[in-house]
Design a protein around this ligand. Structure first.
Ligand code: NI
Ligand code: MN
Length: 225
């Protein structure tokens, strides 16, 4: 399986049998993404919440016939109402898709679509594919239930925000890694805009100081996981 980081909270997973899953595809208005919506296609789009920097280019990228949007009920309904294919889920629920399992978790944040519709509760997502488990926390503050998430799931890759202001900053994100105990932590949601400028290598150093692994992915980088 391959994991590509576009920047901000946008990732692409390519499964061993070639299915493409995008998470929070915010590309065209994202000044740090080297990839734009015209460059990508998706079999599935998983959304953590409805904010413009997460819903992003979903409507441009999604094919009404061939792309399935996976989101919490209210946000999935928003896509269904516009003629797109969606699978409605909610926090605490998991489902086995053709590519693997998706489970939604809590996240402490907000959720409103760019045109002002209520987007349901914001979420994190635990994705298990090809024997590996990825936890994308979405936008969130630190919460102690991350410890429970880590106890009940062997998280191989934890993708978590470090940019502060809207989400956890570095100190809280290091605590989140300690609580969740993932194989490797990957920082996200930083340096997209001046208000969330932080040094990801400060995060990496602090994660390593508690004997955990951290991978700072370059914007556009793809790794085999
Ligand atoms: Ni947000
Ligand atoms: Mn955000």
């Amino acid at each position: 399986m391959k994991l590509r980081y576009f920047s901000h909270s946008s990732f692409q997973i390519t499964t061993n049998n070639g299915k493409v899953i995008l998470i929070d595809p915010f590309l065209d208005n994202n000044p740090t993404s080297p990839v734009k919506s015209k460059d990508v296609k998706a079999d599935y789009i998983i959304l953590t919440h409805a904010h413009g920097d997460h819903l992003g280019d979903s409507f441009k990228i999604a094919d009404k016939e061939n792309t399935l949007i996976i989101a919490v009920n209210e946000l999935a309904d928003y896509f269904l109402g516009k003629g797109y294919k969606a699978h409605n889920m909610h926090i605490g629920g998991s489902y086995n898709f053709e590519f693997g399992n998706v489970k939604f978790t809590i996240a402490h944040h907000g959720s409103k679509t760019p045109d002002g519709e209520y987007g349901g509760e914001p979420a994190g997502v635990i994705i298990t594919i090809d024997g590996k488990t990825i936890y994308h926390t979405g936008d969130t503050g630190l919460f102690y239930d991350m410890k429970l998430i880590g106890e009940m799931n062997k998280i191989d890759w934890m993708l978590l925000p470090i940019g502060d202001n809207f989400t956890m900053g570095i100190t809280d994100a290091v605590k989140a890694v300690e609580l969740t105990n993932p194989g490797t932590a990957v920082p996200m949601h930083y340096n997209t805009f001046p208000v969330i400028n932080v040094d990801p290598f400060e995060f990496k150093n602090k994660v390593e100081s508690i004997n955990k692994k951290c991978k700072v992915m370059e914007f556009g980088e793809e790794i085999e996981i």
